[in-house]
Design a protein around this ligand. Sequence first.
Ligand code: PMT
Length: 386
Amino acid sequence: MTAAAQQFIAPLTFAALTGHKVITDLWTPEGSDPGDASSAIEHIDAAQSTDALVVAPATADILAKFAHGIADDFLTTMYLATTAPVIVAPAMNANMWNHAATQANLEILANRHVRIVAPESGYLACGMVGAGRLAENRGIVDTVLSVLLHRNDLAGETVLITAGGTREALDPVRFLGNRSSGKMGYAMAEAAQRRGARVILVSAPTALRAPANVEVVPVVTTQQMRDAVLGRLDQASIVIKAAAVADYRPRSQADQKMRRKGPLTLELEPTEDILAAVVEQRRPGMLVVGFAAETEDVLAHGRDKLLRKGADAIVLNDVSREGVGFDSDRNAVTFLTRDRAIELPELTKRELADQILDEILTLRSPRKEVLSESDPDLSMSLGEQG
Ligand code: PMT
């Protein structure tokens, strides 16, 4: 308990209700001998033995300290020392919540993959009405469980992901390209790796650093991306095509830099459809998920692509919307299957990546039911997981 928490509830009450020791101080934990050296490193022990660090309620002060690495009490020191997932459930006055400083700190924490359980709106302890009320327990518990249960649910899978925009050369210095930054595909790769998958990331040129523990295969053109994907297809159990692939390339490339001499007509030819080739060559049990970037009649075009390409699902982006889609850190998508259209809310691409993986995993359920028919025990445990 921080000093602020102890203003609301006495540590003894907390200890009696939880049946656990309550730590209140960095140097002399409750009941320990101040001369005992082990007490001085208790935050390291606690940090290393914890499965998840949950701060509920999290004050504006704690969010600021976490965001800026200030370690001046047990909790803030433990935050720096732990590698476990961190979940914060903020609660504060509405103006404090809306303050640019608090929002900037939340953004820093979200980018560091701290899970934030957003506060609710309503009457606040200070008498105001607005955002800042601690989320319901159910929401906090669900988040903690989803963080903990997520951690290994892709173990055993090899996920092949494409990212970025392919480039088709016009001459030695120019190319036809598109606005894809690769952020969505890289976020998918990082999320899948964190959840236990082996990840192969076939990446067109981007300015991004490769996620840790991911095998990156750099490519430039659509033809190279096709060769890289199809050459590794036999290793993959899930294929996710987040890349924005050039649909056309110049029929011929100039050997030397083209000179400017009035109007120019380029002759283009269609590129290979990699997604269609993947669907054609898929092995039984392999999941194939495409992305689609659309600017009008988004749902209709998405459905058409899903059926035409034969993928299991299409992650549909409305790239005409401000602040999401190409090059943004945020996105909002519809996860489209033959019988469902699930709207996923606007989130950071990294957060959304986890939600997309959740939806992809639900596509596996029918297969698990078939597998489980021969094994009643397995059937029961899979049934319990829904
Ligand atoms: O990279 P970011 O800046 O983060 O932006 C993310 C994104 C908007 C690029 C991404 O989320 C996205 O929507 N990617 C797909 C964009 C796209 O090219 O869509 P499409 O409708 O042209 O293609 C549909 C699907 O077919 C895609 O999975 C694409 O990879 C695949 N395709 C397309 C053409 C082609 N020749 N071969 C393919 O495999």
